[in-house]
Write a protein that binds this ligand. Sequence first.
Ligand code: PGA
Length: 241
Amino acid sequence: MRLIITDNYKKLSRRTARHVAGQIELKPDCNLGLPTGSTPLGMYDVLVKLHQEEGLSLAEVSTFNLDEYRGLDRNHPRSFYNYMAENFFQHVDIKEENINFLDGTAGDIEQECQRFENKIATSGGIDLMVLGIGRNGHIGFNEPGKELKSNSHLAELAEETIKANQRFFQEEEEVPAQALTMGMGTILKSDRILLLASGRSKAWAVKELMKNRITPEFPASFLRVHPWVTLIIDQEAADKI
Ligand code: PGA
């Protein structure tokens, strides 16, 4: 696992965006795996600027998002689809048909997860997966527990995750307790992985990740088995290492 420590969040965002842009330039029809949350917002901003000011084109790129809340329609203001539309997709030239999401409203969850897995596989797999990390070490909604599911699946959010995500919802709104998420196996099949962590609240998770052990009690530790993972963190997230 390669470690890059940047001075601050702005530099983390620029460095990550430049890496993603490099992937697109090398392979214009690449498949990107993408996260939501606070951490990647700066990266999306820089990618939009690279598109608007330097002609970076996503016209042939396909994207696969990590997860979606169970029960939220894609047009719901708090859905991850809507987050991606507002923060990224609307501002670049990606084609609607190249955007891939798990459908949080699907009636048959198993079938929906299988459809998503098949789509990744028939598209040739994910070239570059960008990930955030939860304070508790979750990746996507693969929460700490006795075991992890390999493929995309319906997940129960940890109490800590529900609390952390409340900030994206209005006070009176409840954070959904379930989500559809890529599994750790889905994620580990990606060719290359960038894992981002910013701020002091992630320092414990980064320290845990540095330990030479793999355990479902800390899902991100499974990234240690992957041959190409680059961890891009800022000084604050590096506080405990
Ligand atoms: P964050 O979320 O980027 O909003 O901190 C990351 C995560 O929980 O996976």
